[in-house]
Ligand binder design. Structure first.
Ligand code: FE2
Length: 244
């Protein structure tokens, strides 16, 4: 897998609020901007469940979602792909939409003039930016990988239905990069404090430098993760900006 010079991940919408005044709903949306040789590549990962909340927060955070070059939908749940066609109508140009599997939404994507790309297999759709390819564990979900120069993989998970450990192992395998620098997103697969501690120990053994669970990660699991990971744990919510 190729690499980028750096990446900035802005949490546009999350269940929790990081920056006062922003909207919060059950759902997730990240604005991801990579930088390479002076060029930027902005993309939208997931659209949360409400167009109004996404638009309000984007304006407040000075993010122009109309300028994204692609959209990445982690899985077909309403809290990740809600109002997708409204958002695609805002985006200029013919936008590739990377999705994990076929769904009736694909027809709606076509109607907006965008192009659905089904990620059955891993695909590096832009230098240094990759889909893990779908992992099916009850439902199909794929995760977004960014390989940052001198750091390693930044793994962005939607809900994390397949489980974070499985996602990370898949990420290493498909990218050919062993070093995982950061994991950000939904850690759906852990709920109790004990689960959080077990996962934190696994992430510690992998020497992951930044762990930022949000969205569907259980509160008890967050406590367990934070207790073990300490400074490597980064709280998240609508308006959080992480630069790597
Ligand atoms: Fe979710």
């Amino acid at each position: 897998m190729n690499e980028v010079d750096s990446v900035r991940v802005i949490t546009l919408v999350d269940n929790n609020i990081w920056k006062k005044g922003l909207a919060s709903i059950w759902g997730l949306s990240f604005y991801v901007e990579t930088y390479k040789n002076g060029k930027t590549y902005p993309l939208l990962m997931d659209t949360a469940g409400s167009f109004n909340s996404l638009l309000k927060n984007s304006i407040e955070l000075n993010v122009d979602i109309g300028n994204v070059k692609s959209v990445f939908i982690s899985h077909w749940h309403g809290d990740h792909c809600g109002d997708l066609s409204h958002i695609l109508n805002l985006v200029k140009g013919v936008t590739p939409v990377y999705v994990p599997s076929y769904n009736v939404e694909v027809k709606r994507i076509k109607k907006t003039g965008a192009v659905a790309k089904i990620c059955d297999r891993p695909i590096e759709f832009e230098e240094g930016i990759m889909s893990t390819g779908k992992v099916t564990e009850g439902l199909s979900e794929h995760s977004l990988l960014i390989n940052v120069k001198g750091k390693g993989l930044v793994v962005l998970s939607g809900c994390g239905h397949p489980g974070i450990t499985k996602i990370l192992k898949r990420a290493q395998k498909v990218s050919g990069i062993n070093k995982v620098h950061a994991v950000i997103g939904g850690f759906h697969s852990v709920s109790s404090e004990f689960d959080g501690v077990v996962l934190a120990n696994f992430l510690g053994e992998m020497d992951v430098k930044l762990v930022s669970p949000c969205h569907c990660t259980g509160d008890n699991a967050r406590r367990g993760l934070e207790k073990i990971l300490r400074k490597r744990y980064v709280r998240n919510g609508s308006g959080r900006i992480i630069s790597i």
